[in-house]
Design a protein around this ligand. Structure first.
Ligand SMILES: [Zn+2]
Length: 183
């Protein structure tokens, strides 16, 4: 009972697992990895489903410490850098950026979903961000968005959905209205 006093650990917040706790050359079972990072075993299984490599199919499942480190590190970096409004993720630079010229195209891929496409100001590559058209006002920030209609047949686009959404959140801010082009 007395031995437990200095073993009390604050519960780590989700996503805070410190990658450096894993020893690179050690292998961990799911249980050991869970204990190491103070998470539930199912969390470790979830990591495996998300792409954490293991000794495929063998029993017990073993995870290399180096793989744990790399996986958790990558995951942390990704979480730290979600796209803010007006930002699009550049795959090449691996960071969200404001598109060059603060301009982007919205290319519909279905009635509600599409991609914001911009040019990376740093590497000149194309940047993509998948967007639900109903959320575009939250996503676009002050980026000027041109809605492309070209690749969809007209009858696949529902103008009422688009229009009603554009007017909903912008009462206080007239210039936040994206320009809609239908050429
Ligand atoms: Zn880039």
């Amino acid at each position: 009972m007395s031995s437990s006093t200095n073993r009390v650990r604050k519960p780590e917040r989700k996503g805070r697992a410190n990658p450096r706790l894993a020893k690179i050359h050690r292998s961990y079972t799911v249980e050991e990895a869970a204990k190491l990072f103070d998470v539930h075993r199912n969390t470790v299984r979830h990591w495996i489903k998300q792409g954490l490599p293991t000794n495929d199919g063998k029993r017990p499942t073993l995870i290399l410490g180096g793989d744990l480190r790399a996986f958790l590190h990558f995951r942390r970096v990704k979480r730290k850098r979600p796209c803010k409004p007006g930002e699009i993720y550049c795959v090449r630079c691996r960071v969200p950026r404001r598109p060059a010229g603060a301009m982007a195209d919205y290319q519909p891929s279905s009635v509600l979903l599409g991609n914001l496409i911009g040019i990376c100001p740093s590497c000149d590559g194309l940047m993509y961000r998948s967007v639900n058209i109903e959320k575009i006002d939250q996503v676009r920030g002050d980026v000027e968005v041109t809605i492309l209609a070209a690749q969809l047949r007209i009858n696949e686009i529902k103008p009422p959905t688009v229009n009603s959404d554009f007017t909903r959140d912008t009462a206080s801010d007239d210039e936040a209205q994206p320009r809609k082009r239908t050429n």
